[in-house]
Design a protein around this ligand. Structure first.
Ligand SMILES: [Zn+2]
Ligand SMILES: [Zn+2]
Length: 431
């Protein structure tokens, strides 16, 4: 017996989503704003591959982080090389910076990125398995002005969306000189309180006590509330750097809150750490996070290069934009809807549509060989300005019927004049 093949119905994978035509206008407009502001700040876009060697992320993000230990999409290719879909973009950008010798081409490189990233997390609001990030990196400057440039850039982007209800949280995580002594001070402070810390924090105590400060558990936050603060224990150089960053932020008119809990768990992070938090997101989640990472380029095999940057989630941004009802300019309504009736007219319409589009007009065409009534209904639904109606009669007379849809006016236009007629009509209404 021959088995009947049942058609499969596929579904998108958990944690992924389709961005549909009805919402793509908002995405494209948001991306355009990001590109514009980045350009205004003098940053150049860099596009790196979606997948890289697994080792790059293990080193660049840190073997012990949740991202690397639990969340990466890692697979062997056919040559049995271990590859990973990028869970963030900084590691790839640093790899590209080193590999392409960008540091030799100019003293300071200001790069930005925008693209998809992948983490196998449990999906929840604003957290997908394929999500998007944008961010920027400044390579080559140890100067506090670079830290402030990164912070003002990220703020500039949110302001360009008319977002103003956000808070900048600022901290300094010091450097190799002052961080180790501080860790010991912190351990001494926490040792008598160890039993009151959560399981995770008890494990962090030896290896990574800084992370205890940003634990979300109430009990841990209580125990660390009065702990000695790293930004009060900085060495002279870090202290000067931090003071200058604060001074320049004030000069730039940016207010900030010092937040001693803002620590980054990895050794290559140095000095400035910051986050932009929006009270419009509900949770304590940040819109954007960044800071200085003077030791990462070296960690990934490059020459010692100071660097500072930030990364931000596009989906988070879209959620906030939804809440403030941000209205970008959406896809313009078509100038012309070609409404041919019959095969010969369709062949003619395809050619005219092509010419009008080359002239810069947005043109739509019926793709279902529908009758006149249905085509005009569609043209009105799309808010087209003109419908160009051509059937056998019109072909014979070499005249098209041009219908001014919003005004319900109709005129006969000779084929020879049609393109200039439509162009002029669109120009005269200023579009
Ligand atoms: Zn804890
Ligand atoms: Zn220091």
């Amino acid at each position: 017996m021959k088995l009947k093949k049942t058609p499969m119905r596929f579904q998108r994978l958990k944690g992924t989503r389709d961005i549909l035509p009805e919402e793509i206008g908002k995405w494209q407009a948001a991306e355009a704003v990001i590109h514009q502001v980045m350009a205004r700040f003098g940053f150049s876009e860099i596009r790196t591959p979606i997948f890289e060697e697994t080792e790059l992320f293990a080193r660049g993000i840190g073997q012990l982080t949740d991202i690397v230990s639990k969340e990466m999409y890692t697979f062997a290719d056919r040559g049995d090389k271990s590859l990973t879909l990028r869970p963030e973009l900084t590691a790839g950008v640093v790899r590209a910076y080193i590999e392409n010798n960008l540091g030799k081409k100019q003293p300071v490189n200001k790069l930005y990125y925008l693209g998809p990233t992948f983490r196998q997390e449990n999906p929840q609001a604003g957290r997908l398995r394929q999500f998007h990030q944008f961010g920027a990196e400044i390579f080559g400057s140890p100067d506090p002005a670079a830290d402030v440039e990164a912070i003002t850039l990220s703020i500039g982007i949110y302001r360009a969306f008319q977002l103003d209800r956000f808070v900048v949280k600022l901290n300094s995580v010091g450097d190799a000189v002052c961080r180790e002594p501080y860790k010991n001070t912190l351990r001494e402070y926490l040792r008598p309180r160890l039993n009151h810390l959560c399981q995770t924090c008890q494990q962090r105590f030896e290896k990574n006590p800084l992370r205890i400060l940003d634990c979300k558990e109430e009990s841990c936050r209580g125990e660390t509330a009065a702990a000695p603060k790293l930004f009060e224990s900085l060495c002279a150089d870090c202290s000067r750097h931090f003071a200058r960053v604060r001074e320049l932020l004030t000069a730039a008119g940016i207010t900030y809150d010092l937040d001693f809990r803002l620590v980054r768990g990895l050794d290559y992070y140095t000095r400035t750490a910051y986050e932009i938090v929006s009270d419009q997101l509900g949770a304590q989640d940040a819109l954007c996070g960044g800071g200085r990472y003077d030791l990462l380029v070296e960690e990934l095999g490059g020459a010692p290069t100071p660097a500072v940057g930030f990364a931000a989630g596009v989906e988070r941004l879209m959620m906030v934009l939804e809440k403030i009802a941000w209205q970008p300019a959406l896809k313009p309504a078509p100038a012309v809807f070609m409404a041919p009736l019959g095969e010969a007219a369709t062949a003619w319409a395809v050619q005219i549509a092509q010419q009008l589009r080359l002239q810069g007009l947005a043109v739509e065409m019926d793709l279902l060989s529908r009758g006149l009534k249905a085509q005009l209904r569609e043209a009105n639904r799309q808010q087209a300005r003109f419908a160009v109606i051509v059937g056998d009669n019109e072909l014979q007379n070499q005249h098209a019927t041009v219908r001014d849809l919003p005004n319900s006016l109709q005129s006969e236009v000779a084929f020879a004049d049609l393109i200039s007629y439509l162009q002029q009509s669109m120009q005269s209404r200023g579009s």
